[in-house]
Design a protein around this ligand. Sequence first.
Ligand SMILES: C[S@@+](CC[C@H](N)C(=O)[O-])C[C@H]1O[C@@H](n2cnc3c(N)ncnc32)[C@H](O)[C@@H]1O
Length: 479
Amino acid sequence: MSDAVRLLYSQHRYPALSHPEAHPGTLCAAARCGGVIDPALPDDCDVLEIGCASGHHLLPLAERFPQSRFLGIDFSDTAIRQARKAAAAAGLENIQFEHADLTEWDPAGRDFDYILAHGMLSWTADPVKAALLSLIGRSLREKGIACIGYNTLPGWSLRREAAQMIKALGKLDTEGRGVDGILEKLATAAARNGTPYAHHLAAICEDMRRKGPQILDFDDLGPCCDPLHFTQVLTWAGRNRLRYLGESQLHQNLPPGLAPEALDALEPLTDDPILFQQTLDLLSGRTHRSSIFTTAGTNLDPITTTSVTLHFEVRLLLTSLPAGAAHGEILATFQAALAAAAPSTAAVTDLMEACAHRLGPRWDPAVAAKAIASWLYQAARLGWVELRADPVKIPTLPARPTLSPLNLHFARQQLGVVDAFHRTCHFPPAHQSVVAALDGSHSHDALVRLAASVAPDLDVRPWLAHLHSRGLLHESAGN
Ligand SMILES: C[S@@+](CC[C@H](N)C(=O)[O-])C[C@H]1O[C@@H](n2cnc3c(N)ncnc32)[C@H](O)[C@@H]1O
């Protein structure tokens, strides 16, 4: 199995992706809310990524946090070569890549504040899974945070069966329909049958089609794709002295789509958080988790109150909050200040100061801080706002926009660029030459002219405004 995995990654390039849920700024906030006192801040920390592929997740972190130190390991030599090339092109000196098999790799006494293992646990054979968790357990510093992503059971069960069937059907595919053709046929056949089961199967097939062969070959249809029970992962982690803190994004602790009444029915389980979470997986059909752990010896804050939210930066995630999200003048004023800061983040304490200024004598610090802290905690758990430890400031749209040196390198390699919130932004092939022209030498008008000749369907001005709102455009150094 491990050889099949090795062969796949040495012969085919894994899609270049970044993962917002495994960003130290987000992990730090989630760990603090999970009880870790003073987790390392992203702007001064040591980060290890195990299975870093070509570094598309790690490199933008190194560019963003020049005082922190980053190390990526992977057993694909082509991926490591590409990662090193990108680091050199962007002039990054705080990142290293090692070509190594994690089962044999020796960290040589180094330990880390953050260890990231995204796309690893479910996608490797059992002995590699064991070695991965052992490596994390040995190399995580006290108060350190490990982020481990995996596919979950029971949500993934039918998908696993579907994947086996598609692989078998692929071997009989004499008509050359390919995976997409097989999936389309299965989805259509299933949709003819009106049962909930058939709808579920059809939805799985359609979702696989959306992923496309580039991802499917590594994921659902890869040589290894083992969904795992949450409780199983916790047992393995515990054997390696790792203690579960929660999910890496606060809102993922309660899977979306669950009715509040469903949660009420789980009330008797609140004393058993592990069984509670596994039951949530059963009820929601969740298919993936990104869980965070710290070392078993780390002291946790025994009564983490909602006031921890006051330490962070906050960002509005919705264009407008649901009706009834604001109660009273204090929260309404706070939310208006939050909306005014978007798309940038704002420090919670700065927003509170702005509210105090606005409300004058009607601002009672003791009442206001409590109301805001508890609203923020709920809002972050519902996915209305994001809490993070690092500020993300979006400057005004520059006259001659330029991508960061790393993103410029990615654009020239026809790869997706990574925005200020760590999401990868992909472009159609016809737009790539306009993306690569975001090098600080073109005015907006010049970009419009360039697009008219190479990508006539691209409406440049709103496109620039969109890229700008994602924090991708900077003033060129020469301006
Ligand atoms: C699914 S990809 C995930 C890449 C990246 N972490 C991400 O999520 O975008 C898995 C990566 O792990 C690497 N890998 C798998 N088994 C490994 C092992 N035993 N030692 C080192 N790297 C390994 C592969 O080469 C591949 O780059």
